[in-house]
Write a protein that binds this ligand. Sequence first.
Ligand SMILES: [Zn+2]
Length: 412
Amino acid sequence: ETHVSLLHVFFCLQKYFFIFLTRKFILFLISKWKMKEHAEKPVTDEYFESYENLEVHELMLLDSARTGAYRDAILQNCELIKDKIVMDIGCGTGILSLFCAQAGAKKVFAIEASNVAKVAEEIATENNFEDVIEVFHGRVEDFRLPADIEAVDIIVSEWMGFYLVHESMLESYLFARDNFLSKDGLMFPDTASIYTAPCQLPQMFELWEEFNGLRMSSFGQRLRAQKSSRPEIMQLDQSQLLHPGELLAWIDLKTVTHEDVDSIGETFLMLSQDFGNFQGVCIWFECTFPSHGDNLPITLSTGPKDEATHWKQTVIVLPDTSILTVEPNEAMAYELSIKRNPSTARGYTLQLDQIDADEVDHPIPCDCILTKCIVLKSHLAKFEGRCDDEEESEEEDENEVCDNEEEEQPRE
Ligand SMILES: [Zn+2]
């Protein structure tokens, strides 16, 4: 049987690697294996199994930007939640359910597919919310509301992955919306945006040009080549962005469909805000939450200028051959797309196409330093100036257009 042969292989291997293996390690491996065999009706999906590692939950709980945003969105707007029926999708340790219970929710259905569900139940009891929070150990797709409850008033979920959609938990969030949320129900969060900006990556390029007084560029080059097949998850400093960032997608979570996010793509033309090297493309996201009355909506932002989160930023490193040295107002162009892989349910493909800035349409007027844009802009300024003279227009906006460069229009 496989059982025996696996053990056999294991002990054969052990003969060769005995120096590295302690008995404790062997016992751990065997016991883990046995546990898996004996678990009744295990959730076999690797994705859910990974959430049984409590360190993942520790990381998320200690992410104060994340936890704080949800806490503030829920507790500062408790009027929205008081006496309402709430559903928490992928509740993990159940902290969002607890915030909702604190805000006065009548009932919280906390859905969790992994075994952390047991911990969530214990924590609810620890906080005397066992009558409010009902933990369902399973997938939201298998959940049924009690017969006397028709729909829930609020859905909360921290479903976001790297570059927002990685892991595709959005699917479950939307499934819950379509199957359990009342018509005027609220979603926490209710909008999501994905941003992108060109960036420089000195920690991957310049660092190896001079490392401890030595040149290690051939190492740097190979390292980058090795990393180039997949995006890097890293925290950038704001100063590394060559542009404040543009919107790749804005998602209204109340109305978006699953198919809407199957493929997201856009062509960008951005002008560098500084001298630098266009070495990569940075991607991050932002979510907003519903707010009560005049309260400003709470925003959870994961960009380089925001408090660092466990999502960091997603960075696509450009191949060495296409690095551009840029100066202020120099145009950079690229096309970025995020597409769901039809083969793996939870996978997405990020694609970056660098485009010659000369080959894309520039706005009119354009502030970039390409000759055609400089010429066109100065012509427009002259033309605007003439129009102003003829019509004796004194509008402030036009004044601004005419203000620059050679032809200063005399104004009273
Ligand atoms: Zn231009």
